[in-house]
Design a protein around this ligand. Sequence first.
Ligand code: HEC
Ligand code: HEC
Ligand code: HEC
Length: 137
Amino acid sequence: MKRRRNCLSFLIRHVAQLFVFSGALLLLTLAPAQAEYGDVVLNKRAEKAGMRPVIFPHWFHRIRFKCNVCHSEIGFKMRAGANDIRMAGILNGKFCGACHNNQIAWGAENCHLCHSGLPGLKSGIRGGNATDGPGKW
Ligand code: HEC
Ligand code: HEC
Ligand code: HEC
């Protein structure tokens, strides 16, 4: 009787270990696919014009809004570097300015919250499916 109980707990322990292990494996294989939703560095014009590169925390926004709010209604093309974003447009309520207008989110006068990248950063996707907020890169 004692022997049988041991055998059962051995089995349970190992099945549980198998689950933990395959879960970790699944996470590892999923991680690279999520990288496209990390932070987007936007530096086509910013640095040339004397401002720091812009860090757009894509993940932060994506968990708050539906994709089509930005990629259809506001019109952001779904490819890093594909958009020609101008500061004048933002101040007129386009691009980021559709929300960063002191109504939906803090306004465009907070330059450093968007222009937070380190000098020399190239446009493109950085990091994984999380962000530590402005200024990390
Ligand atoms: C909500 C985010 C956001 C805020 C706030 C913001 N910017 Fe920008 N800005 C951008 C983005 C995005 C670009 C395009 C970056 C690129 O592609 O180089 C940009 C580009 C620029 C450029 C490049 C030239 C141009 O005409 O586009 C300048 C200069 C600039 N911003 C100045 C400012 C100043 C000054 C402030 C504060 C008064 C400010 N920005 C606040 C997001 C922001
Ligand atoms: C708040 C606005 C916003 C929301 C919401 C949003 N995106 Fe984006 N997305 C952007 C911007 C801005 C870019 C960068 C474009 C650029 O670099 O010119 C981008 C880039 C992308 C890219 C390009 C990545 C690459 O590697 O080139 C993909 C894919 C994408 N978004 C998918 C999504 C999906 C899927 C959702 C919803 C789950 C979503 N986005 C929600 C604004 C948004
Ligand atoms: C669909 C609306 C929407 C658009 C478009 C949008 N944002 Fe935001 N953004 C928000 C909201 C809402 C917040 C949260 C504001 C708060 O915490 O008060 C935010 C926060 C942020 C933050 C701070 C993130 C943090 O960790 O606290 C940054 C940086 C930012 N936005 C940059 C941008 C840039 C750059 C663009 C354009 C490429 C943009 N946003 C476009 C709605 C938007």
